[in-house]
Design a protein around this ligand. Structure first.
Ligand code: UD1
Ligand code: CA
Length: 456
């Protein structure tokens, strides 16, 4: 069976942060995740990640999804693959894909196309290459009449070799059994004193085996980040690629300022995304919605014709035709049913808001089940936390909650209940009742005239 080894031992000193380089994020996901998903997209399940610098961060991130092995000392890419020897031996009759964990734009198509060539040409090793106008820093591909004979690193190359524009992407297909054989033959005889994985090409040829190259149509497969500028560049490219995909799908953008959409997000045709909008995670947005300006939406499902303006929404469901904003916080585990209107300075948490209910201003609804067609007056608060436990409020259909009502949970309002403005609800209210709880208002006539004698 075919398998994959991802090299993720690098530190990325120039990033100036203590995490493994493949854990730096491009569009919200670690570069390592991009590489893993390219493997998964190409149909792999056998993946081994070689970790090194702060490898425990990689283990914690993967959470046991894939095997990892530790490269305790950083002695080069060949040495990194050697650490996966036991993993390779488990499936030595197939082919092995080796990838760099910090080159996030390798894609499933390139991986699959290269495997086709690898098998057709019966190669021991097939290098995925790209042609670059500025090949500096990369290993150069030495082509021969029937394949390739070697890869020369920049630091080891002569003038003529440096002029070669076809470079090594750092991704390869190997016959697994041959790879195991070649690994045992690597030496440190080079300028950097490292075990170069790239030397496997010359070793294959010296043993009378074939080495080939598959030149990718997508030169981005080669891109990695060595510093923060490089990382920003990867983010910029990834961001534009995602936005272009949505443009092709009929999504409207009139200004891209501050718009970032992670690649996992789905948007239906006719929706408009306005500036300052960040869409993350497993977010799905229906057709003909208007999202923005200035929204953050993470892991939410939004129905058709919804409109969100200055909204932060997390892990919630927002149904069709809902209007939210401006300045609204929808916290996890909320379901906002169709036709609901939520206005300024409202926070909803872990609650269901029934169809066509209106929560227009300055209100907190937490841990509550709210019915249909209710109206919340300004300044309503569900008092859901007593400092030790959180409790729920249940509010029936067609309730009218007066301004500045406090609902001390746990409490239940029946259907069609009215609460008078300023009421603190401390016990259940039956269907169709009015709950009022406030002192009798007194009027003391002429009070200020007496108090401020002569000053008015
Ligand atoms: C390598 C290739 C070069 C290619 C380039 C593409 C070699 C000798 N050279 O060079 O031909 O053009 O990638 O980007 O392979 N790693 C480890 N352990 C190590 C060394 C590296 O895990 O001891 C990992 C790194 O984290 C990275 C990958 O291997 O993911 C590539 O290493 P890097 O140091 O970036 O290789 P380059 O010198 O750039
Ligand atoms: Ca590199």
């Amino acid at each position: 069976m075919d398998n994959a080894v991802i090299l993720a031992g690098g530190q990325g000193k120039r990033m100036k942060a203590d995490i493994p380089k493949p854990m730096f994020k491009v569009l919200g996901e670690p570069m390592l995740e991009w590489v893993i998903s390219a493997c998964e997209g190409a149909g792999f399940s056998e993946i081994c990640v070689v970790k090194g610098f702060m490898g425990e961060i990689i283990d914690e991130y993967l959470g046991g999804r894939y095997k990892t092995v530790l490269q305790a000392e950083r002695l080069g890419t060949g040495h990194a693959v050697m650490q996966a020897e036991a993993f390779l031996k488990e499936n030595s009759d197939g082919n092995t894909l080796v990838l760099c964990g910090d080159a996030p734009f390798i894609d499933s198509e390139t991986i699959k196309n290269a495997l086709v060539i690898h098998k057709q040409q019966k190669n021991s090793v097939t290098v995925i290459t790209a042609e670059l106008e500025q090949p500096k820093g990369y290993g150069r591909i030495i082509r021969t009449e029937n394949g390739i004979s070697g890869i020369v690193e920049e630091k080891d190359a002569d003038e003529q070799q440096r002029s070669i524009k076809e470079v090594n992407s750092g991704a390869y297909w190997f016959k697994t059994a041959d790879l195991l054989d070649f690994l045992g033959k690597l030496t440190q005889n080079n300028v950097q004193g490292e075990y170069y994985l790239t030397d496997t090409v010359a070793i294959a040829v010296s043993e009378g085996k074939r080495a080939g190259a598959y030149m990718s149509e997508n030169p981005d497969v080669i891109l990695g980040a060595n510093d923060r500028k490089g990382l920003l560049d990867l983010n910029t490219r990834a961001r534009m690629a995602v936005i272009e995909k949505h443009l092709d799908n009929g999504i409207e953008f009139t200004c891209l300022d501050g718009v970032t959409i992670e690649r996992s997000v789905e948007i239906e045709t006719g929706t408009e995304i306005l500036s300052g909008t960040i869409l993350r995670g497993n977010t799905k947005i229906g057709a003909n919605c208007k999202i923005g300006p200035n929204c953050v939406v993470e892991d939410c499902v939004i129905g058709d014709n919804a409109s969100l303006n200055y909204v932060q929404a997390f892990k919630s469901e927002i149904e069709a035709g809902v209007k939210i904003g401006p300045w609204v916080h929808i916290r996890p585990n909320s379901v906002i049913k169709s036709g609901v209107k939520i206005g300024d300075f409202v926070e909803i948490k872990n609650s269901v808001i029934g169809e066509k209910t209106s929560v227009a201003h300055l209100t907190y609804i937490g841990d509550s089940d709210v019915g249909k067609k209710c109206n919340f007056g300004c300044g309503t608060v569900t008092v859901n936390y007593d400092g030790i436990v959180k409790s729920r409020c249940v509010i029936g259909d067609n309730c009218f909650i007066g301004c500045n009502t406090n609902l001390i949970a746990p409490v239940t309002l029946g259907k069609g209940v009215y609460t008078a403005a300023g009421t603190t609800i401390t016990r259940d209210v039956p269907d169709y009742a009015l709950a009022i709880d406030r002192g009798v208002m007194k009027v003391n006539e002429g009070y200020s005239l007496r108090k401020l004698k002569g000053k008015l």
